[in-house]
Design a binder for this molecule. Structure first.
Ligand SMILES: NC(=O)c1ccc[n+]([C@@H]2O[C@H](COP(=O)([O-])OP(=O)(O)OC[C@H]3O[C@@H](n4cnc5c(N)ncnc54)[C@H](O)[C@@H]3O)[C@@H](O)[C@H]2O)c1
Ligand SMILES: C[N+](C)(C)CCCC=O
Length: 505
């Protein structure tokens, strides 16, 4: 097992330095795999939000923006690359902190840090490319006007992020917003903030101008709410639950403030009868047991063609029994604990409600017998599910998959689309035409063919329906933080000639 690090004691990261929260309060950091308190984080309140937003505003307009918001993208790219390099230097200690804070397997946390560094590098490239996209001419059907566009940073951005991929979800917002020239206030989840605070330390090390990135930790209603309703925040970028997303949107609407919302999901994986069963089983497992199912895009509804359903479920149970469920720091761990006691209780309640509504718990459903402490839940497979059951309709955000059979392609699509969410969907079949048809028919922002979950920084990420709107990652992620200005010039020597000129007498 990896050695236990000392948890750094950090303040709020505001204006390039560390500050104690105004009310002096701190929140405990609990390792969900052991239930031990391993440190604490500052609990910011509205007073601290005020100071952080002021710092971000000052950084946005400092020296007329010459050193940041109006600087060439190439200047900002240097900082983004330096941050990526520091993340790589500190990869093993950051991964360890992430695993201790969230309960995810150390191997997964290591992969997350690779993704974090890659995201900063990717947006460094896009920051540079932005310089070449300025003053793009607009083709006009007349000669007396010339127009071009300027892409400008949207301003001060408030970012509110969840605990399932603490540093990665923050990075999906921080990296493109800095590339665009925005300044930011990040409020990570109170359940897992350690690595986001370390990002503050990294910003100091690379000499990021003070106030460009501010990081305030604390509770949603106390720190997140005042950030989302702050009049001097120009945009709110949110990732989290649909319920909180509604609150953020309501607060932002009072000032007609733009928001982007990355919310929950209840995605389906459709498996046809022409597949290699074991390969498909492994993707089905990855789709729901990776990060203990605490993934917005988790394929938590498994749709099996009736001809293979029995054989598939037999193999799924056999493979699932083989998952190493253990302390996240143990070698080979493939399922850690869930993030908190609250999440543990919520998932158990989902399972007991499914049982009481008549579903069958085919495998799992309880605490693993060999783990006496920690918020561990067995990987769980639920069958005999009807479309009116809670387990079919609501996001569990845990290692729990529900299964239904289908006969025809159209029935599979209808079942997959039978949800208020629209984040992702997946299909496994050897018939490529069928996969293409299904990718068009699914009402979701993401479709995976013959896999589930791979995420590429170059490709757009986001949902439809109650999974939110706006796209992160790729060039779409950068556009989130830019506004487009048209500049139009009258180039004719002739007077405009609309009004009658006054008499010269
Ligand atoms: N679509 C995506 O890309 C994506 C990615 C990751 C997670 N998620 C979703 O996130 C959810 C899990 O994350 P969570 O439990 O942290 O979500 P959550 O909504 O409880 O919390 C998210 C963030 O919002 C803050 N918050 C809570 N109440 C607030 C309020 N009144 N005002 C402002 N901020 C407030 C929290 O402190 C936290 O930082 C799941 O529904 C999951 O699907 C979506
Ligand atoms: C695809 N990843 C890396 C699991 C990220 C999912 C983001 C949402 O939970």
């Amino acid at each position: 097992m990896a050695a236990q690090p000392t948890i750094p004691r950090r303040g709020l990261f505001i204006g390039g330095g560390w500050r104690e929260p105004s009310l002096g309060r701190r929140l405990p950091v609990i390792n969900p795999a052991t239930e031990a308190t391993i440190g604490d984080i500052p609990a910011a309140t509205a007073e601290d939000v005020e100071i952080a937003v002021a710092a971000a505003r000052e950084a946005f307009s400092r020296d007329g923006g010459r050193h940041w918001s109006r600087a060439p993208g190439a200047v900002r790219a240097k900082f983004l690359r330096a941050i990526a390099a520091k993340i790589k230097d500190r990869q093993s200690d950051l991964a360890l902190l992430e695993a201790l804070d969230s309960g995810k397997p150390l191997d997964e946390a290591n992969g997350d840090m690779d993704d974090v560094a890659a995201c900063f590098e990717y947006y460094a490239d896009l920051a540079e490319a932005l310089d070449g996209k300025q003053r793009s001419p607009i083709s006009l059907p007349m000669e007396n006007f010339k127009s071009h566009t300027l892409k400008e940073p949207i301003g001060v951005v408030g970012m509110i992020t969840p605990w399932n991929y603490p540093l990665l979800m923050a990075t999906w917002k921080v990296a493109p917003s800095l590339a665009a020239g925005c300044t930011t206030v990040l409020k990570p989840s109170e359940l897992a903030s350690l690595t986001c605070l370390e990002l503050g330390a990294i910003c100091t090390e690379v000499g990021l101008p003070p106030g460009v990135l501010n990081i305030i930790t604390g509770l949603g209603p106390e720190a997140g709410a005042p950030l989302s309703s702050h009049p001097d925040v120009d945009k709110v970028a949110f990732t989290g639950s649909t319920e909180t997303g509604k609150r953020i949107m309501t607060a932002a609407a009072q000032m007609v403030k733009p928001v982007s919302l990355e919310l929950g999901g209840k995605s389906a994986l459709i498996v046809f009868d022409d597949v290699d069963i074991d390969k498909a089983v492994e993707w089905a497992m990855f789709g729901i047991f990776f990060n203990a199912g605490q993934v917005c895009s988790a394929t938590s509804r498994l749709l099996l063609h009736e001809k293979i359903a029995k054989q598939f479920l037999d193999r799924l149970v056999a493979w699932t029994k083989n998952i190493k469920v253990s302390d996240p720091l143990e070698e080979g761990c493939r399922l850690g604990s869930v993030v908190s006691e609250g999440q543990y209780e919520k998932i158990k309640k989902f399972i007991s409600t499914a049982r009481s509504e008549g579903a069958t718990i085919l495998y799992g459903g309880a605490r693993p017998q060999h783990l006496r402490r920690g918020f561990f839940i067995e990987p769980t497979i639920i069958t005999d599910v009807s479309t009116s059951m809670q387990i079919w309709r609501e996001e569990v955000f845990g290692p729990v998959v529900c299964v239904k059979e289908f006969r025809t392609e159209s029935e599979a699509v209808e079942l997959a689309n039978d949800t208020h969410y629209g984040l992702a969907g997946a299909v496994i079949s050897n018939d490529q035409d069928r996969c293409e048809r299904i990718s068009k028919a699914l009402h979701s922002g993401i479709v995976w063919i013959n896999c589930s979950q791979p995420t590429l920084v170059q490709a757009p990420w986001g949902g439809n329906k109650r999974s939110g709107f706006g796209r992160e990652l790729g060039e779409w992620g950068l556009e989130n933080y830019l506004t487009v200005k048209q500049v139009t010039k009258y180039c004719s020597d002739e007077p405009w000639g609309w009004y009658q000129p006054p008499s010269k007498l």
